[in-house]
Write a protein that binds this ligand. Structure first.
Ligand code: AMP
Ligand code: ZN
Length: 475
């Protein structure tokens, strides 16, 4: 059975053929870490987690590499650091913001049943040339200048869009259209208003790295070009993200990567999830319908109750990934009821997730991840199991749910817990090690990260006098 995927670049659904089936490679743009992730941010995490699982199922777990970056340099991060930690040196304040937010993000997507990507590079580790020789941003920018695709103007390095004949192909935007309405005053130093920043100078209260173009910081797009090449090479199989990233972010990633490496394509399949809105409206703080993953899991803000990670995940995949989702209390209620029915069947038959996935279910998923059609197959299996006492159907139901990242008991568990606990235990382990090394700065830092996750530590001693740390959720 072929796997078919829709490609935003060629605008068609094609049979997926990896460049090297023993090494399938996918890159997805990750979060900018300055605040709690909202439920819209959960969509790409879940959608590409399902693709990751499907690819692993098909090509074998050891043969799929999934890279999702962490954007830890961004002006929004600086602003947050200055606001929240005004008395700390800037770099320390930034680190506090990004590490705390990254830990929150992990706890949230873990609770939604997402596997960790194979690698999660942080942008700040790829700004300057690296000891291991992996691609970095400064070298890439240098190559673009050398090849005549970038120029220096007023302390910035800009990509020269006119140097690339097919710039704009992904989004279907033409350069001459971008001329109209451009902010001429701001862009006076640009050769073309569509030219975008690869490198910009930093003032003293902005983070900066010493580069051939002075102390500065990278533009957003170059981060992903560098990290994708660092782990996946100059051309790879799949590149993903939300619909809003098509322009300018992915368009510019393509321009940078193709021009720096002189390749015909950056990735063979460009995949984009549709947008999520809440109760019929765009999510926004001012409308009061802005809801974070954490609030859904742990508070009663949405629909007067909290929701398990399994219900949130199920509600997300009931809609095809390219369609818009309307996130409503009713949809969550319905998901919760349906999952309960599935769980009861799986329990009744004592079915385990290890068996074979239902062929019809797999066929639907292989058709550009048609999750709504795949879930309709689950309803069929559930009926067959109950009406015909069909043990095999119950087993296939459990296995198929598991391929969707939903274990039958996940829905019963209190939200967040097991994976959240693991994450906390890991952090406590690192803190204990830091304390043993008398690195109290590090141990305090980890304590603050945990505090930000709502976890309070208690240090004590066990009966042998060995230090032990216990924890509880702050109330
Ligand atoms: P950001 O933190 O804004 O860079 O977004 C991280 C990821 O979430 C990107 O892939 C975005 O496309 C995606 N995203 C942001 N808002 C939404 C939304 N309302 N619906 C679906 N995806 C979204
Ligand atoms: Zn990106």
């Amino acid at each position: 059975m072929d796997l078919r995927l829709y490609d935003t670049l060629t605008k068609d659904k094609r049979v997926f053929a990896p460049i090297d089936p023993s090494k399938v490679r996918m890159y997805v743009c990750g979060p900018t870490v300055y605040d709690f992730a909202h439920i819209g941010n959960a969509r790409p995490a879940i959608v590409f987690d399902i693709l990751f699982r499907l690819l692993r199922h098909r090509y074998g777990e050891a043969h799929v590499t999934y890279v999702r970056n962490i954007t830890d340099v961004d002006d929004k991060i600086n602003d947050r650091a200055l606001r929240d930690f005004p008395h700390l040196p800037l770099n320390e304040a930034i680190r506090k913001v990004t590490e705390k937010t990254e830990a929150q993000f992990h706890a949230d997507v873990d609770a939604l049943g997402c596997l960790r990507p194979t690698v999660e590079p942080r942008a700040t580790d790829f700004v300057l040339p690296r000891a291991d020789g992996k691609t970095d941003m400064v070298t890439l920018i240098g190559q673009l200048i050398e090849r005549g695709h970038a120029y220096v103007a007023e302390g910035e390095v800009l990509f020269d869009t006119q140097s690339m004949p097919d710039y704009g192909k992904l989004s279907g935007r033409r350069l001459d259209e971008q001329q109209a309405g451009a902010r001429i005053a701001v862009d006076a130093h640009k050769k073309h208003p569509g030219d975008f920043v690869l490198w910009k100078g930093s003032s003293d209260n902005e983070p900066g790295w010493d580069s051939p173009w002075g102390r500065g910081r990278p533009g957003w797009h170059i981060e992903c070009s560098a990290m994708a090449a660092a782990y996946l090479g100059t051309t790879f199989d799949i590149h993903g993200g939300g619909l809003d990233l098509i322009f300018p972010h992915h368009e510019n990633e393509i321009a940078q990567s193709r021009c720096a490496h002189d390749t015909a394509v950056m990735a063979n399949y460009w995949m984009h999830n549709g947008f999520l809105q809440v109760e019929g409206e765009k999510m926004s703080k001012s409308l009061g319908n802005f809801v974070t993953i954490r609030e859904l899991l742990e508070s009663k803000r949405f629909g007067g109750r909290n929701w398990s990670g399994a219900v949130l995940r199920f509600a997300m995949v009931k809609t095809h990934y390219r369609s818009p989702i309307d996130w409503t209390v009713d949809a969550l209620d319905e998901s919760s009821k349906r999952l309960t029915r599935f769980r009861q069947t799986v329990e009744k038959f004592g079915a385990r997730a290890g068996g074979d996935v239902a062929p019809a279910f797999l066929e639907r998923l292989a058709d550009d991840m048609n999750t709504p059609a795949a879930i309709a197959e689950l309803d069929g299996l559930n009926r067959r199991a109950n009406e015909a006492s069909d043990q095999d159907a119950a087993r296939q139901l459990a296995a198929s749910l598991s391929l969707l990242g939903i274990s039958p008991d996940m829905e019963q568990r209190a939200p967040g817990n097991e994976l959240f606990d693991d994450n906390i235990r890991q952090l406590i382990g690192s803190r204990t090690a830091a304390r043993a090394n008398k690195d109290f700065k590090e141990s305090d830092r980890i304590r603050d990260v945990l505090l930000a996750m709502g976890v309070v530590l208690k240090d004590g001693k066990d009966t042998d006098g060995k230090p032990v740390t216990t924890w509880e959720i702050a109330r």
